[in-house]
Write a protein that binds this ligand. Structure first.
Ligand code: ADP
Length: 496
């Protein structure tokens, strides 16, 4: 058993935070590099933890392998579903605590964490609890004396590497479908936000999962994450994070040709036509980039506005940004809209892009600097008159920074929207139904929002085209991503 430490959260909740690694339903000491978790509102240390070493990763993978080959594979699917359902109810019971933990080490507003991330996580676990006993194969006609059928079997041990922007929700998106399909898991949370995932181990044990079914190994990406991605006894790697890290995980996963799902970055466009409901378009374009401090892979960070309404859009968008900028502050205040960026590194990276945008000649309509003197707060920043060659238009910033420019024709804006190596999401604003669907077809992205932004739902596939990723999460698609097909050919005749 390892130590726990007492945490007093800003909203006066107190709890015992487990440390170490969660392996075989127990917290055990870690032996890898130390790393420090900071409070992004004031840059103060929350705790220094020891991460998983390569040997620790071996231990966690061995535990997951034993569980996969043991009791877990004997369990009927309906019983797997019942355990996942129990877990969902424990998440519901601890919703406030888990939301507070995420808000504390990530900096997101408590109300978003509670009513957004944690509610979604609860629903994701309930959705996959129900799916566990509905995973079916196919029978395929192959000839008069032949029968062929296909069974969907679990992959085995799944390594899951998650990011810091939605700490608990990203865990839910990955853990729930993998369990429903009968896999076992080694989960590596991000080093910036490992606390809710470590706490989750308690719920796994309390729900009654057999030891080794879910193992949790906080640690540094280039040590614990890399060891997991390279491991010869891991069957799948599912990852969410930057495209650069996705690329290196794909290389690591080549060791034993692992099955992979990668959900990576984006530079998603919003297209606003002159026949759009302008106030609605402003509202959704604003939340599409500013929600979660711009730290969303589907953030619509490029806005293209038709020239006839460009100036009016800029005026309204700037007013909306100004209004929301009054709600920057402590994530635990009820009316806070924007908290700090997650870490000093992200804070500096985003400010670097803001400087770059100014130098490249983009017009600053709002913000353009840090906010306050403490923590990692940044003013929501609106650049106008941007051009396609600017870094702030080409590269993912992952902060509250938007690049707005104008277009005149549909063909021109589609070419601009698609002129990127990314392809995660896009938004289209128009009141013309045929135009909306035509443009949606021409956009190269895994998700298109019509008169909306940032939508996701546990029943709907989530993932990207091009360098935004490989594979899909959520819905029935995740059941495919966590199973493999076995074809069984049966001969019913005697002829060769
Ligand atoms: P960021 O750069 O914003 O921290 P990343 O995409 O690098 O985002 O991180 C997402 C997750 O990937 C984290 O859990 C991180 O520890 C992990 N990670 C980072 N580098 C590697 C790597 N080389 N191999 C495996 N996992 C990694």
């Amino acid at each position: 058993m390892t130590s726990t430490f007492k945490v007093s959260l800003p909203n006066e909740l107190n709890y015992d935070q487990p440390t170490g690694l969660f392996i075989d339903n127990e917290y055990v000491p870690a032996n890898g590099e130390k790393f420090t978790v900071y409070n992004p509102t004031n840059d103060e240390e929350i705790v220094t933890l020891q991460g998983a070493s390569e040997q620790d990763v071996d231990k966690a993978v061995a535990a997951a392998r034993r569980a996969f080959e043991g009791e877990w594979s004997e369990l009927e699917a309906v019983e797997r579903g019942a355990l996942i359902y129990k877990l969902a109810e424990l998440i519901k019971r601890d919703q406030k605590l888990l939301a507070s933990i995420d808000s504390f080490d990530n900096g997101k507003s408590f109300s978003d964490a509670y009513g957004g991330d944690l509610l979604e996580s609860y629903n994701v676990f309930r959705y996959y609890a129900g799916a566990a006993d509905k995973i079916t194969g196919k029978t395929i006609e192959t000839g008069p004396n032949k029968l062929a059928y296909v069974i969907q079997e679990p992959l085995g041990v799944c390594g899951q590497i998650i990011p810091w922007n939605y700490p608990f929700m990203m865990l839910a998106w990955k853990v729930a479908p993998a369990l429903a399909c009968g896999n076992t898991i080694v989960l590596k949370p991000a080093e910036q936000t490992p606390l809710s995932a470590l706490y989750f181990g308690k719920l796994i044990a309390e729900a009654g999962f057999p030891p080794g079914v879910v193992n949790i190994i906080p640690g540094l990406g280039y040590i614990s994450g890399k060891a997991l991605a390279e491991h010869m006894d891991v069957d799948k790697i599912a990852f969410t994070g930057s495209t650069a890290t996705g690329r290196s995980i794909m290389k690591s996963a080549a060791s034993n040709l692992k099955n992979i799902t990668l959900e990576c970055g984006g530079k998603s466009p919003s297209i606003v036509f002159d026949d759009a409901d302008l106030d609605q378009a402003v509202k959704w374009c604003h939340s599409g980039i500013m929600d979660n401090m711009g730290q969303v892979c589907t953030s619509t960070s490029r806005i293209y506005v038709q020239d006839t309404i460009y100036d009016e859009f800029l005026t309204k968008f700037t007013a909306k940004t100004k209004d929301n900028a009054t709600k920057i502050g402590d994530p635990f205040n009820e009316d806070t809209y924007q908290g700090p960026q997650v870490s000093k590194a992200q804070f500096e990276k985003v400010l670097g892009y803001i400087d770059e945008g100014k130098k490249s000649g983009a017009r600053v309509l709002h913000g353009g600097a840090k906010h306050g003197d403490k923590g990692y707060f940044i003013q929501p920043t609106v650049f106008a008159d941007t051009t396609e060659d600017m870094k702030i238009v080409k590269e993912e910033i992952f902060g509250p920074v938007v690049a707005i420019s104008k277009f005149s024709t549909e063909a021109e804006v589609i070419a601009k929207a698609n002129d990127t190596s990314y392809g995660l999401a896009a938004a289209v604003f128009t009141e013309k139904v045929t135009k909306a669907h035509k443009v949606a077809r021409k956009i190269q992205a895994g998700m298109v929002f019509i008169n909306s932004s940032g939508d996701s739902h546990f029943g709907i596939p989530f993932g990207g085209y091009k360098s935004s990723g490989i594979g899909r999460e959520l819905g029935q698609y995740a059941l495919d991503a966590y199973t493999q097909s076995k074809a069984v050919h049966v001969n019913l005749g005697t002829e060769l």
